[in-house]
Design a protein around this ligand. Structure first.
Ligand SMILES: [Zn+2]
Length: 168
């Protein structure tokens, strides 16, 4: 029997289709998207993290956040995935780093980040807020917005606000 799911009804098979690599997939950095040498390693914050493999000066583009460009409705469908790599560019547009991601999608949230997202036309670059020493984990303040349950933070910073969600 063919079941035509309505547009708004998430379908369970989405999870399989959209999990690139599957279990055991080792995340990777795309060198072409980076201005500095970076590496992916296990993180004390969450699963994998991205680390500087060389010193990075302040206010420099470090890596481009790439991926599939999608709208809100598609993002809503993909929320079933066990790991989400969505970067919100505007009220209606997102980049899904789970597909065609540069590796920037593995950068963890930190309440005291060392990176900030800068937009250049439709592209997103993560730039250093301060000098970052080789070996430091790269962190971005996700500032999760919208009608989303509070997501607890484990960044461990003294100024940790406890949640990934934007304050106020
Ligand atoms: Zn935190």
């Amino acid at each position: 029997m063919v079941h035509a799911a309505s547009e708004d009804e998430p379908t369970p098979f989405v999870r399989d289709v959209l999990m690139p690599g599957g279990p055991g997939h080792v995340p990777r950095i795309a060198p072409a998207a980076c201005r500095f040498r970076l590496r992916i390693a296990a993180s004390s914050v969450h699963r994998w993290g991205v680390f500087a493999a060389e010193d990075i000066p302040a206010r420099r583009r470090v890596i481009e956040y790439t991926g599939q460009r999608i709208g809100l409705r598609e993002a809503w469908r993909r929320r079933l995935r066990p790991q989400l790599y969505l970067f919100r560019c505007s009220a209606r547009r997102l980049i899904d780093g789970g597909i065609g991601g540069s590796g920037a999608e593995f950068i963890n949230h930190g309440c005291t980040p060392n990176l900030v997202a800068r937009f250049d036309h439709r592209r997103v670059f993560l730039s250093s807020l301060r000098a970052i020493a080789a070996g430091e984990e790269l962190l971005l303040d996700y500032q999760v917005r919208g009608d989303i349950e509070p997501i607890p933070c484990a960044c461990g910073a003294p100024a940790c606000r406890g949640y990934l969600n934007a304050p106020g």
